[in-house]
Design a binder for this molecule. Sequence first.
Ligand code: B4P
Length: 183
Amino acid sequence: MRVVFVGPPGAGKGTQAENIVRDYGLFHLSTGDALRAAVKAQTPIGLEADKYMKAGALVPDEVVIGVVVERLDEATSGCLLDGFPRTIAQAEALDKILAEKNAPLDVVLELAVPEDELFRRLASRGRADDNPDVIKQRLVAYHEQTEPLVGYYSKSGILRKIDGLGSVEDIYDRIRAVLDEYK
Ligand code: B4P
């Protein structure tokens, strides 16, 4: 099963991803985690990505696509792509890579959470990019660059919307109900 997780910053993608990969045995690829690891290790990609992440902007497509291509070989039999793609260009690149491997996506989960709740969650998390100005900028980037993916994947008929409000357990039950259809 190949699954993509789409949703605004703070929707709970990382939180729910842990449950999904554990129970469905999927390879977890979080571009946020991969980029933060690169920043910590001060690799050339990390040094480049850090400037954008600090400002609440998306990291350029060519950098992120490079990070994903390196890891995707391990992932075609079953994966959860968490926070990738985040732009139409990334989605097109992913479709192309997966078509070459004859391993198309099965389902895209859109985790939907209202903006006031996103602010509340992110402000209490306190990661380096979770201060109010940067959060605002990340939400702008989401609306402008990532939300168009909802239309892109609805057209291909693989988008499923999940209500992301409620307890972590309740949200996971909703996700499971959808993923079990694809097992
Ligand atoms: P990510 O690491 O993907 O982080 P995120 O979108 O901010 O958070 P997520 O939705 O995973 O929320 P979480 O579970 O942690 O991206 C970080 C940055 O990396 C981006 O801004 C960008 O610069 C860069 N980047 C990543 N991928 C990229 C790409 N493809 N292209 C370009 N740039 C890219 O939950 C948030 C908080 O809410 C936590 O504190 C959690 O405990 C809490 N929470 C979760 N569920 C809850 C619930 N049900 N109720 C209450 N609180 C809850």
